[in-house]
Design a protein around this ligand. Structure first.
Ligand code: AMP
Length: 401
């Protein structure tokens, strides 16, 4: 059974003059100095295309829903979707009515009115039943719509009432949105017969967070280039010294386990480093794999970058997750920016960047437009690559009993 999207003719027939209930991921970051201001609107901007496409089918109403932050099952107006409603209304040049709660009694009346074409339900996580994947809560939400659209890719790895259980009430009436379509099609180019050579670059801070994806990737990649603090447990496991670099015993054991796998020869590690005696100190080039006692490794060195670039030069598929060093500090950003530049220059390859920090590094580098795909869902994209699908997508595709 194939996943149906809103581009399908059957959606257009079902949605016309009907109520469309649509789940998005409007969990946007807010400005630290001004809590009413959204600091990065990407997630809402990505949803606009889907909302416009739904509107074009001529529905009676669109009822939007999302979670926002972690209010822990209680009404906490710090996590109100008000700024999202305001932004959506400006962008759509239409009124967006925000409800008091997702189960507010007034919603029934609103649904009967001719005005209020677009309704946004207040934060779903004000109700503990949302994260508990509660069947009754899902049923109450489902009563707002005749057709269901799921476009919350960033929340598709969660089994929550609005991402999972709700599918019990929309048999043959559940569709993926346009963002979900783009994400799934891009990720499938990594998980299903990727064009070879397939090179993955994994960086960041902790092996334990990424052990599953590393193990999954080792079966399909030709090379796995490791950078960032992630590299030190692997180096230590091979007998190199890592000085005062981030490197927990737990991560060294995990690295040893990975290095014991038959596909270990696919792993490429740094051969030189940029280090310092403190986290913000003067950067020093260390022209060998061993790091002296007093140093902290903070970036990959120039020879490593050159070697990684050589591996990438012939790649046809590239996946990048996690920075090559402490890139937030300019002195240690060369490796991460170097990789971003290399990927941007690959003419013949499919390049996918997934995972929070590498995405922000690419955005800051100004090279985002040169990547084939940038995944908006950090945890969701990693889990998709590990398992080839996500609970929210399976439920949408097959329904649930
Ligand atoms: P992750 O969320 O696992 O992708 O980790 C990203 C974080 O790892 C970023 O904040 C980086 O600054 C940090 N990081 C990467 N390399 C290093 C390093 N060598 N030393 C300390 N932190 C690092």
């Amino acid at each position: 059974m194939a996943l149906k999207y809103i581009t399908d003719e059957s959606f257009k027939t079902l949605a016309k003059d009907k109520k469309v209930l649509a789940r998005f991921d409007f969990n946007v970051p807010m400005d630290k100095n001004d809590p009413t201001k959204i600091s990065d609107t990407t997630r809402i901007d990505e949803a606009l295309e889907t909302i416009k496409a739904i509107l074009e089918t001529g529905p009676k109403k669109i009822i939007l829903m999302s979670h926002f932050g972690r209010p822990k099952g209680k009404i906490d107006m710090t996590y109100s979707l008000e700024p999202v409603a305001k932004y959506l209304s400006e962008k759509m040049e239409m009124d967006v009515t925000l409800t008091e709660t997702a189960l507010d009694r007034g919603i029934k009346t609103l649904l009967g009115l001719n005005e209020s074409k677009i309704i946004l339900l207040q934060n779903l996580r004000f109700h503990p039943e949302e994260e508990a994947n509660d069947r009754e809560f899902a049923r109450l939400l489902s009563a707002y719509g005749d057709v269901f659209v799921f476009d919350a890719f960033g929340a598709a790895h969660r089994k929550h009432a609005s991402t999972y259980e709700i599918n019990a009430y929309f048999k043959n009436k559940a569709y993926g949105g346009l963002l979900l379509k783009r994400e799934v099609e891009a990720l499938d180019r990594i998980t299903q017969n990727p064009k070879k050579p397939f090179v993955a670059i994994v960086g960041g801070a902790k092996v334990s967070d990424k052990i599953k994806i590393i193990e999954a990737l080792l079966t399909s990649v030709d090379k796995l280039l490791i950078g960032g603090a992630m590299a030190y447990p692997f180096l230590k496991a091979q007998g190199f010294t890592v000085g005062k670099s981030l490197c927990s015993d737990e991560d060294v054991s995990l690295a040893k386990r990975i290095l014991g796998m038959p596909s270990r020869n696919k792993i490429v590690l740094p051969s030189d480093h940029i280090a310092s005696t403190t986290f913000g100190g003067e950067p020093k080039e260390i022209g060998q794999a061993n790091i002296g006692d007093e140093y902290i490794g903070l970036d990959i060195g120039p020879s490593t970058l050159q070697n990684y670039n050589d591996h990438l030069a012939t790649a046809k598929t590239v996946l990048w997750n996690g920075p090559m060093g402490l890139f937030e500090n300019k002195a240690y950003a060369k490796g991460t920016l170097g990789i971003a530049k290399t990927l941007a220059g690959l003419k013949d390859a499919f390049t996918l960047v997934g995972g929070g920090d590498s995405v922000s590094a690419v955005n800051h580098s100004g090279l985002a437009g040169k990547m084939s795909h940038i995944s908006t869902g950090g945890g969701a994209s990693l889990e998709y690559i590990e398992n080839g699908t996500l609970p929210g997508i399976q439920a949408l595709k097959f329904g649930i009993d």
